[in-house]
Design a protein around this ligand. Structure first.
Ligand code: SAH
Ligand code: SF4
Ligand code: F3S
Length: 475
C-alpha cells in the first residue's frame, strides 16, 4: 500500500512492483525466479514466504525477466481492474515463453484461488496455478510443470500460517518490514472476495511472530507492520491447560517490548473489533505508532447494513471519538467505496459528511466493482450507473484532498520524531522519513551525520497535500 498512501487520493489499483533480489541472497543459484506482486501488503508479504520456499528448492531471485527460469505473478482479485492488469502481464510473459521454451509461468495468490483451472484449461496462459495456502507445494509443482504436466494446488487450509518459514526480504529498504500475524477473513462484507480467496481466519503462533520481529530488529530493521485482514480479531490459545492466550493487544505489547527504538504498526483494523485494550496499549508505548487505518466503506447506515459491516454510521463515529479521546494525536485513515448497490444521492452525501466529521488524514478510495460469488453479487443488483459511480468517487477524492491538506497544515509548527527511510525521491540532498502518524516527512540533510534507520527530530515548516516539509532540530 506504500505507494498508494503517498498519493493520498488513490483511484486506480496498485500497479505491480518488481522485486529486487534480497541483499542477503548473493549466493549463486543455478536457476532463477522473477516475481511480481499485486494487491494488498499481505500479498507482498506472501511473496517473501514464496521466495524463501523457492530458495530452499534452489531458485534465486532475479529482477531480470529474461534471465528467469520461472516467472511468478502474485495476483489480486479485489476489483475487476486488478484482474485485468494481471491478464495483460500474462500475455507479455507468454511472448517470453515463445523465445525460451523451458520458461515456466505461474499464477499465485487470490486470482489463482478464484479462477482455479481457468488459466490452465481455457486460456493456456500458465504452467502453474497455486493458491495462497499452497505455497509449500511449490517445489513439487515446479517439478511437475517442468515435466510437462499442468500443476495446480488451490486447496485452502484452516491451519496454514507459514509460521516456521523465515521470509526472504525482497525489495526492502532494510528499515521497514511487514510481518504476517494471521491469514484469511471470517467477516462476510458483502462486496468482498477475500473470504473466498483467502479462506477462514487463523492466527499465527505468537512465539514465531516475536522471534521474526526480534530477528528483524537485530538485523537493523526499525519499523515492523503487523499484518492481517482484521488484526484486532487476532487470538491464539498458547496453552489449553493453563488457558493462557494472546489477544491482539497482548501481542502488540510484546512486540513493542522488543526494543524502545523499534516502531510498531499494524493493519487493518475492522471498526467493530478494535478494543479499548488495544487503544490503551497504544497509549502506553511510545514506539507503537499513533496511526489507525479504520476502513469506513460508507457513511450511510442503510448501505453499511447492505455491506454487512455490522456497524452504523453513529457507532463508527463514536469509535472515532473514542480513539481521539484516548489518543489525541492519532492519525486516522479510511477505505471508502463509492456507488455500492442501491446507493442514492442521500447515501453519498452521508459518506461525504462522515469524512468531514472524522477528518481523515488520508483515504483509499474506490468505486464499487462487483465480484462474482460475493454476497452482493448474489443478492443485489449493481445498479448505480458507472458515470454516477465515477462522479461520486471524484467528489470523495476531492474532499479527501482538501482534508489531507488541512490535516497537514495543522502540523505546521509541530516537531515530530521521525524515522529516516532513505533519500527523498525528488532530492538526494533531502531525507524521506515518516512520523508516528504515518505521514511522509521530507527535510534537508544539511550537514548532520544522520543515516537511514536513524531517528531525527524535525519541525514542520511547510506542506503539500501528501507531504510534510521540515527542518532538523538539534538539541
Ligand atoms: N480487510 C480490510 C480490507 C481489505 S480489501 C478491511 O476490512 O478493512 C481493501 C479495500 O478494498 C476494502 O476496505 C474496500 O474499501 C475495497 N474493496 C473491497 N472489495 C471491493 C469491491 N468489490 N469494489 C470496490 N472496492 C472494494
Ligand atoms: Fe473483506 Fe470485510 Fe474481510 Fe476486510 S473484513 S477482508 S473487507 S470481508
Ligand atoms: Fe487482493 Fe487478495 Fe489482498 S484479493 S487485496 S491480494 S487478500
Amino acid at each position: 500500500m506504500e505507494e498508494l498512501r503517498l498519493n493520498n487520493t488513490l483511484v486506480e489499483d496498485q500497479q505491480g512492483e518488481i522485486y529486487a533480489p534480497a541483499e542477503q541472497s548473493k549466493k549463486i543459484f543455478k536457476q532463477h525466479f522473477y516475481i511480481e506482486s499485486y494487491g494488498c501488503q499481505m500479498n507482498f508479504a506472501d511473496s517473501e514466504v514464496v521466495a524463501s520456499i523457492l530458495q530452499g528448492a534452489g531458485f534465486g531471485p532475479t529482477i531480470n525477466q529474461e534471465e528467469a527460469d520461472l516467472i511468478l505473478i502474485n495476483t489480486c482479485s479485489i476489483r475487476e481492474k486488478a484482474e485485468q492488469t494481471v491478464r495483460k502481464r500474462l500475455t507479455t510473459f507468454k511472448s517470453l515463453k515463445r523465445r525460451k521454451k523451458s520458461l515456466l509461468i505461474g499464477v499465485l495468490g487470490c486470482m489463482a484461488e478464484r479462477l482455479k483451472l481457468k488459466f490452465l484449461e481455457e486460456e493456456k496462459l500458465v504452467d502453474l496455478v497455486v493458491g495462497p495456502d499452497a505455497y509449500r507445494s511449490l517445489p513439487s509443482l515446479i517439478e511437475e510443470a517442468a515435466g510437462g504436466q499442468k500443476a495446480v494446488n488451490v486447496l485452502l487450509s484452516r491451519e496454514e500460517t507459514y509460521a516456521d518459514i523465515a521470509p526472504v526480504r525482497l525489495d526492502s529498504n532494510g528499515i521497514s518490514a511487514f510481518v504476517s500475524i494471521m491469514r484469511g477473513c471470517n467477516n462476510m462484507c458483502s462486496f468482498c472476495v477475500v473470504p473466498f480467496t483467502r479462506g477462514r481466519e487463523r492466527s499465527r503462533d505468537p512465539f514465531s511472530i516475536l522471534q521474526e520481529c526480534r530477528e528483524l530488529y537485530e538485523n537493523g530493521y526499525r519499523e515492523i507492520t503487523l499484518l492481517g485482514q482484521n488484526v484486532d480479531s487476532y487470538y491464539f490459545a498458547t496453552s489449553q491447560e493453563t488457558s493462557t492466550s494472546f489477544t491482539f493487544a497482548g501481542l502488540l505489547e510484546q512486540v513493542a517490548k522488543i526494543a524502545p527504538d523499534l516502531l510498531v504498526r499494524f493493519s487493518t483494523s475492522h471498526p467493530k473489533d478494535i478494543t479499548d485494550e488495544v487503544l490503551f496499549t497504544m497509549a502506553s508505548y511510545e514506539n507503537i505508532c499513533k496511526y489507525i487505518h479504520l476502513p469506513v466503506q460508507s457513511g450511510s447506515s442503510r448501505i453499511l447494513q447492505l455491506m454487512n459491516r455490522t456497524y452504523t454510521r453513529e457507532w463508527y463515529m463514536a469509535k472515532v471519538d473514542r480513539i481521539r479521546a484516548l489518543l489525541p494525536d492519532c492519525g486516522i485513515s479510511a477505505d471508502i467505496i463509492a456507488g455500492f448497490c442501491t446507493e442514492e444521492e442521500i447515501d453519498h452525501q452521508d459518506t461525504l459528511s462522515i469524512m468531514e466529521n472524522c477528518k481523515y488524514d488520508f483515504s483509499y478510495m474506490f468505486f464499487y466493482s462487483e465480484r462474482p460469488g460475493t454476497l452482493a453479487a448474489r443478492r443485489y443488483t449493481d445498479d448505480v450507473p458507472e458515470g454516477i459511480k465515477k462522479r461520486r468517487l471524484e467528489e470523495i477524492v476531492s474532499l479527501q484532498n482538501r482534508l489531507s491538506l488541512e490535516s497537514n497544515k495543522r502540523d505546521i509548527g509541530k516537531t515530530f520524531k521521525v524515522l529516516i527511510e532513505g533519500d527523498s525521491k525528488k532530492d538526494s540532498a533531502a531525507w524521506k522519513a515518516r512520523n508516528s502518524q504515518n505521514k511522509v516527512v521530507v527535510f534537508p540533510k544539511e550537514n548532520h551525520a544522520y543515516k537511514k534507520g536513524d531517528f531525527a527530530n524535525v519541525t514542520i515548516m511547510d506542506c503539500t497535500q501528501g507531504t510534510l516539509k521540515g527542518k532538523i532540530i538539534v538539541h
